[in-house]
Write a protein of this length. Structure first.
Length: 335
């Protein structure tokens, strides 16, 4: 993905680059020197920035087994039991989302909205095992839910997010009746993951949950839920957590070269490195296009942008875990 900036003038100043980098999600990456690029769009008649929705990175679906399925990673934000009463599983309290008279249905804490639903249902449990072996609290979470006819789409919207914060979302799917077989479900937010609401397709069988992580690019994030044709659409519960931040007092440097599309070093270009807290550092390239920025806190993810009178550059996201050298920033095109 790339940052696209419409040419309002012949020059984009340092402040504009910093504003773009702030609103861009600081995508936390694995590995010591991995990169990603974030797409935004600048309007022609002003300086407003339209962030592109974050892409959620989904884990592999996990079979429902017991209370410890409920994630405790990071810091709790909110959790809700769809169409059921409040229940506490593995120390996490799922509030009851029961009022579906308004579409979208919104939880009392304001963190979740659910649209495209057809109605609540409280019969997704079973007296048969393995469902019957689950704790009463977990059964309460998985027995209720909201359904959609056919392969209709439900949209779960996460609200009140903090831009550039890393979140974890966990979603539960279960239909232990066995009347619809595997009850396959597709969850999409940039990427799609397929889950089963009943892994055995038999009475008493249990479903699956999935965990996704993302960095918020705006105060809301939408996730579409859709059953395969003939199975219907279903969701039982969900929770939202802040992922823990990595903190360290050690500082490192980032260095490299700013290049034209033809690979020629670009002099007098301004390089800006911005971290998730809003702290920025700048450097100006020398006659051969080289730059170096010191004092960057290790264990952070930074946005690197370039300001030039002649060229536009994509904003690059860098996971800084050690000294980084050879970070070349290549122009897209001339102005």
């Amino acid at each position: 993905m790339k940052v696209y900036i419409s040419p309002v003038s012949d020059r984009i100043g340092l402040r504009s680059c910093a504003r773009i980098a702030v609103i861009c999600a600081l995508l936390i990456l694995t590995g010591s020197s991995s990169f990603a690029q974030v797409k935004t769009k600048r309007t022609v008649h002003g300086s407003s920035i339209v962030p592109v929705p974050a892409t959620v990175t989904w884990s592999a679906p996990q079979n429902i087994n017991g209370d410890t399925d409920v994630s405790l990673n990071g810091t709790f934000v909110a959790a809700d039991n769809v169409a059921g009463s409040a229940t506490t599983v593995n120390g996490v309290t799922f509030s009851g989302l029961t009022d579906f008279s308004i579409n979208p249905a919104t939880t009392s804490d304001g963190y979740f909205s659910l649209s495209g639903t057809n109605g609540p249902y409280s019969g997704y449990g079973s007296p048969a095992t393995p469902f019957a072996n689950l704790s009463a609290e977990y059964q309460a979470l998985l027995s209720t839910g909201n359904f959609g006819f056919g392969n209709s789409v439900m949209t779960l919207t996460l609200n009140n997010l903090q831009v550039a914060q890393t979140y974890l979302v966990q979603i539960f799917f279960n239909d232990s009746r066995g009347v619809t077989g595997l009850q396959t479900m597709n969850v999409t937010a940039g990427n799609t993951v397929k889950l089963n609401g009943n892994t055995t397709g038999a009475n008493g069988g249990t479903g699956q949950f999935v965990i996704g992580t993302f960095i918020a690019t705006s105060t809301t994030q939408s996730i579409d839920i859709q059953g395969d044709p003939g199975f219907g659409t279903l969701v039982n519960g969900f929770q939202l957590r802040l992922n823990p931040a990595i903190t360290t007092a050690a500082t490192v440097s980032v260095s490299g070269r700013v290049l034209t599309p033809d690979g020629v070093g670009l002099r007098h270009a301004t390089v800006v490195v911005l971290d998730a807290t809003g702290r920025s550092r700048t450097a100006v390239t020398n006659a051969f296009g080289y730059y170096r920025l010191d004092g960057i806190e290790a264990g952070t993810t930074c946005a690197i942008s370039v300001s030039s009178k002649r060229f536009t550059f994509p904003t690059r996201m860098v996971r800084v875990t050690d000294q980084l050298t050879g970070i070349d920033l290549i122009a897209d095109s001339g102005r």
